[in-house]
Design a protein around this ligand. Structure first.
Ligand code: TYM
Length: 341
């Protein structure tokens, strides 16, 4: 079996502001992995247009999300940071993988069902085959580890299935058995699924019509404190152990957020706050959130005001990304039998 260098790939969509779910579910691991792995972090603009985006707003969102990446602590000297559409290999490989993936596999994707809603006939074809593009994003770099939140698990399993099927289908054309390493999902921490602050059974998301449901990474201190104060809770006191959070989704969510910010376990947080009321816990959580998110918001705003710098990061990152992806996708074309001159 060939040896693949450990390599991280992940991405976020430039649609609206990044929020606490993106930060705790994925970004904290992205930042940490920069110290241990070769990392490639993408702003997935091609995924964004699977639903309608005003061109001028998309352009701005790409800059804004890149600014947020940098403000959170992604370092262009350590990691490759770029926007997907500047590396054509993603689209090229996605086509090949669309011919490997089976219709039945895509029919099982729950995120398509959620996003397409009732009128599936009116959804774009791109929204349907989006997981093939996501597989291409990862496989074009022979990435081995993919840090994401819980909601991306099914897409990653599909990416693994596509990699395995490609390796099997084309085994006779692959020298040492495996061409695409099946990528490993990396989904860890106390907040892999951050829930809405208004409803502990719904995922925190950009598309929730209520801004009170989420903390945006650019919210100011007053807004953060107000949203946490207004966050839904239940009438019971906080439990002293994690098991006591069962059946209490809002409490579980807030304690998970606290633990993720602190870098501590849920049990450790409950050892301190168990038996107490939500009010003092919420005050401390608000202080913690302001301390962590405030500087990120300030730095994001500063970088947004310098789009030329942000664009230069994307240009440089795209060139470095292409250097890795081009030979891999070229080889994939050869493997499937295309003439590559
Ligand atoms: P996206 O843009 O929806 O979300 C970006 C990252 O944030 C995580 N996330 C959450 N984590 C915990 N709780 C939440 N409420 C929450 N909301 C979002 C997501 O799991 C994700 O890690 N398809 C992907 C982008 C993508 C990608 C890729 C990821 C495209 N190609 C290749 C990894 C590898 C998406 O739409 O993420």
């Amino acid at each position: 079996m060939p040896h693949f260098v450990p390599r991280v790939f992940s991405g976020m969509q430039p649609t609206g502001n990044l929020h606490l779910g993106n930060y705790l579910g994925a970004m904290l691991n992205w930042i940490a992995m920069q110290e241990t792995h070769e990392c490639i972090y993408c702003v997935v603009d091609m995924h964004a247009i699977t639903v309608w985006q005003e061109p001028a707003e998309l352009r701005k969102a790409i800059i804004d999300v890149t600014a947020a990446y940098l403000a959170c602590g992604l370092d262009p000297k350590k990691s490759i940071i770029f926007n997907q559409s500047q590396v054509a290999e993603h689209a090229e490989l996605a086509w090949i993988l669309s011919c490997v993936a089976r219709l039945g596999w895509l029919n099982r994707m729950t995120q398509f069902k959620e996003k397409a809603g009732k009128d599936k006939e009116a959804a774009s074809v791109g929204l349907y085959i989006y997981p093939n593009l996501m597989a291409a994003d990862i496989l074009a770099y022979h990435a081995t580890h993919v840090p994401v939140g819980e909601d991306q698990k099914q897409h990653l399993e599909l990416a693994r299935d596509i990699a395995i099927k490609f390796n099997n289908d084309y085994a006779s054309a692959i020298d040492d058995g495996i061409f695409f390493p099946p990528p490993e999902p990396f989904i860890t921490g106390p907040a892999t699924r951050v829930m809405s602050l208004r409803d502990g059974t719904k995922k925190m998301s950009k598309s929730d019509p209520s801004d009170l449901s989420r903390l945006n990474l650019t919210d100011d201190a007053d807004t953060i404190a107000r949203k946490i104060r207004k966050a839904k809770t239940d009438p019971e006191a906080l439990p002293s152990e994690a098991a006591g959070l069962k059946g209490r989704p809002e409490a579980e969510n807030l304690v998970g957020i606290f633990a993720a910010f602190k870098g501590d376990s849920v049990d450790k947080i409950l050892a301190q706050y168990g038996g107490g009321q939500f009010s003092s816990f919420k005050n401390d959580l608000a202080d913690l959130a302001v301390a962590k998110l405030g500087p990120i918001g300030d730095e994001t705003k500063r970088l947004r005001a310098d789009p030329a710098y942000v664009e230069s990061v994307l240009k440089d990152g795209s060139e470095r990304a292409r250097t890795i992806a081009a030979p891999i996708v070229r080889k994939a074309r050869e493997i499937v039998g295309f003439i590559v001159s």
